[in-house]
Ligand binder design. Structure first.
Ligand SMILES: Cc1cc2nc3c(=O)[nH]c(=O)nc-3n(C[C@H](O)[C@H](O)[C@H](O)COP(=O)(O)OP(=O)(O)OC[C@H]3O[C@@H](n4cnc5c(N)ncnc54)[C@H](O)[C@@H]3O)c2cc1C
Ligand SMILES: NC(=O)c1ccc[n+]([C@@H]2O[C@H](COP(=O)([O-])OP(=O)(O)OC[C@H]3O[C@@H](n4cnc5c(N)ncnc54)[C@H](O)[C@@H]3O)[C@@H](O)[C@H]2O)c1
Length: 444
């Protein structure tokens, strides 16, 4: 493209908001640079999805083994140190692999912290400067920390994913994705777990009857939930920590996880200096993911958007920018159905419109108790339900499921929702049998 600048397109940050699109963009001959201050791959591979799901796998297997109690013989328990070692082996190779993918495609990967000098120039570690025709802000989110006395005594999700020894009693502040997934892992691995809620709602963006089933199950397994906790301060004594909350109440614990959300990572990026607009929800962009400064775009978790802040959304945004920058499209971004799942045991997954919206629109809502469906009986699943939402023309427009393999069931149904299949089209698709995907499709 341009000989005037060092790069045609320069990405700041090397997570999914960047690499899924930057590598294929470089392959088209566009001169691409990527600046990363931490590990290439960003949050998802290194301290998010991949690390978490590796630690969770034995949790899921233990639950299955418990259900098969009189068939599988012997006691099964999780060796935390070994589980952690396995996680480390899995994720250690990812940054190098992703760097190779970018470099093999022709992109240049630069390590350091990027800060805008002007709308075409970025300083790296306050030192070297590089220029680009277009720049993409893809710096993700960072943990929100409670603004209370003793807040530094609490840990974040990355600390949890690196715990070499599991504390006896873990207290988790927050009951969103991280709070609930980590409560599930720590509980099954043998910790006493307390979850302190802001309100009385857990996982507020998920179908509450299904959330209640997961919470009730965790309570039976010993997890304690404190509603409307109003956490006021943390204190440390010789061997433990005190959490002061509510009406002069105190909880003593061994380890505190602050899981109260994640906020846009725009620290020391120079956005104010060059006039890029952002607020507490992220960098403001139009339908082309373009900021108010014409040659500067944004992608992934850092953007202010109605989409969930999950990898599938970041992936799609980076692919969209690749199409835009390589001239394959001039259209605004049109998001597909972005599915979401919380990896509790059982999982809760969803795609398309919510049950509440379906009810409001007068759509057909079908509730299924899957525990009576034979494939779930084979798996001895005690908690397995799904709800389908069909519009007035009979198209599947939304679905949510709570079950051990809810993520696969929802994945199987995505094409029907995205491409608005009618019942005749649905009937032409026959899945492999017997599988969870087939079971889900049967209800589309
Ligand atoms: C514990 C946890 C578990 C998760 N599990 C899931 C899951 O199971 N499924 C799912 O879909 N999503 C999950 N997510 C969310 C998912 O990780 C994010 O949606 C995804 O990583 C967003 O990608 P991104 O590229 O926008 O941001 P990131 O992956 O955060 O990448 C941003 C990168 O920018 C770099 N950076 C920041 N500032 C600068 C700067 N000034 N200069 C240079 N580099 C900079 C950072 O070092 C980072 O590497 C999880 C998140 C967490 C925290
Ligand atoms: N499976 C997945 O896709 C997955 C897994 C983990 C994280 N993530 C992503 O990471 C991001 C962060 O996850 P998260 O769980 O930290 O955020 P979240 O927004 O899901 O949950 C934050 C929780 O903290 C609570 N909270 C806020 N202030 C509080 C206070 N003062 N006291 C007690 N509770 C308080 C909120 O009510 C909420 O329950 C999310 O955007 C999510 O998309 C996704």
């Amino acid at each position: 493209m341009s000989a005037k600048f060092d790069f045609d397109v320069l990405y700041i940050g090397a997570g999914h908001g960047t690499f899924d699109g930057a590598a294929p963009l470089a392959q088209t001959g566009v001169n691409v640079g990527v600046i990363e201050s931490g590990l290439v791959g960003g949050t998802c591979p290194n301290r998010g999805c991949n690390a978490k799901i590796t630690l969770d796998e034995p949790v899921k297997m233990t639950r299955e083994a418990q259900r098969m109690g009189n068939i599988l013989q012997g006691n099964i328990s999780i060796d935390w140190a070994k589980n952690m070692e396995h996680k480390q082996e899995i994720i250690d190779v990812l940054p190098a692999g992703l760097t190779k993918r970018l470099e093999d495609a022709g992109a240049k990967v630069i390590h350091g912290h990027a800060k805008f000098i002007d709308n075409h120039t970025v300083a790296i570690d306050g030192d070297q400067q590089v220029t680009a025709e277009k720049i993409v802000i893809s710096t993700g989110l960072k943990p929100h920390r409670l603004d209370i006395s003793g807040t530094d005594l609490a840990h974040d999700s990355e600390d949890f994913l690196n715990l070499t020894k599991l504390p006896d009693h873990i207290t988790i502040i927050g009951s969103g994705y991280i709070g609930m997934e980590f409560a599930t892992i720590a509980n099954e691995a043998g910790s006493k777990v307390t979850v302190m809620l802001h309100s009385d709602k857990v996982l507020r963006d998920f179908y509450q009857p299904y959330v209640k089933k997961v919470v009730d199950d965790l309570k039976k397994r010993g997890v304690k939930f404190i509603e409307n906790s109003n956490v006021k301060s943390f204190e440390q004594s010789d061997n433990d920590y005190q959490i002061h909350y509510g009406n002069e109440e105190t909880l003593t614990t061994d380890w505190i996880l602050d899981a109260t959300g994640r906020i846009p990572n725009v620290d020391n990026l120079g956005l104010d200096e060059i006039g890029v607009k952002y607020d507490e929800t992220g960098v403001l962009v139009n339908d082309y993911l373009q900021t108010n400064v014409e040659n500067i775009y944004a992608s992934g978790d850092v953007i202010s958007s109605d989409q969930p802040k999950v990898t599938p959304a970041a992936y799609f945004e980076s692919k969209y920018l690749m199409s835009l920058f390589s001239g394959q499209t001039t259209d605004p971004i049109k998001f597909p159905v972005i599915p979401t799942v919380v990896f509790t045991s059982p999982r809760i997954a969803q795609a398309g419109i919510s049950v509440a919206e379906g009810k409001q629109k007068g759509y057909q809502i079908s509730e299924n108790d899957l525990a009576n469906y034979w494939y779930y009986i084979v798996d001895k699943e005690p908690i397995a339900h799904s709800t389908q939402i069909h519009d007035k023309d009979g198209h599947l427009v939304g679905v949510t499921e709570v079950s051990d393999q809810a993520e696969d069931a929802i994945n199987a149904l995505l094409p029907a929702i995205e491409f608005k299949f009618d019942r005749q089209q649905v009937s032409r698709l026959v899945g492999l049998f017997p599988t969870i995907g087939y079971a889900a499709w049967h209800r589309a």
